[in-house]
Write a protein that binds this ligand. Sequence first.
Ligand code: PMP
Length: 344
Amino acid sequence: MKIREISVPKYDAGLFPTELKEINLSSNENPYVCINVLKSIRKKLKDINRYPNPSYRDLKKALSTYLDIPEDNITLTNGASEAFYYLSEIIIEPFDKVTIPVPTYSLYFIPIILRDAYPSIKYTKLYKFKHDEVIEKDSKAIFLCSPNNPTGNVIEKKTFEKILEEFNGFIILDEAYVEFYGKSFLDYVTDYKNLIIVRSMSKFFSLAGLRIGYVIADRKIIDLIERIKCPFNINILAYYAAIEALKNLDFFKKVREVIIRERERLYRNLKQIKFLNPYKSHANFLLVESYYPRLDEKLVNRGILIRNVSNVVGLKGNFFRITVGKRSENNKLVRELKCLEEIY
Ligand code: PMP
């Protein structure tokens, strides 16, 4: 007996805090928890011996209202991450070519390789590209991300519209960070049956630990995902937390304002550090290029975790991704960077 020979890169989840309780600016999490969400799950703790209702109707309804998209065009996944596996499963066949402009979120590669298809990497300069640089006529699908991780920039509307017009394969658009930008390509789903949008409740809605994502697409695609997906893929606490989060939109909008304000302040502060070159971002993180090698290791010793993204395909040099934290956390980061600057 032999297991399959699969040559997939291991997904690098980065560093996580130890008991030392480092400040975690490594995973693009939202630092603010909504108290009403906490209260709602506390009430549901007694139900953990029960399976959730597999229709997940109330959450779908709430998302449908939030997105102004019919419920039939939405399905729920265990984090946006799970969506990429299901989508590969229903779209991609062995030997298919799948286009991935890089640098981008590295998880996309794994489900494609698992299907014995091959990723066609399109190297771009920090994810800035024109439509004709990424459209491949013989490609089955293209993975796009806007705002993009780890660069933080967005795909231009014109570029996206041209891709919609000219590419006949499936367009899988990852909008995990879209609420921090404010403009989505969601409205195109009705007219373009090949457009599939993947979203996450880990970032704007601050639910990373509970694992909620969703897919918005044509009904046929949604129906197929619903047939193949793991039963009860959203756990009962995550289900109720997500419903409550959607009832507290005003809280999250305020949080977004705080994060965006902090992002811009952090950008200005990082720009003043002489060994750093930060890039403008539309998400809740900043990409920085550092002339100080292994900046992540230097900062771990000072109680702060940031993500080393130097090995992300398509990035060349010492690149790091820094999540926008609370004001006090960002201040501590800047203080430590200034100390490093003195010994640079
Ligand atoms: N897409 C992008 C671009 C991400 O950065 C992440 C998480 N880092 C995900 C999807 C996955 O999010 P989730 O927590 O919903 O699985």
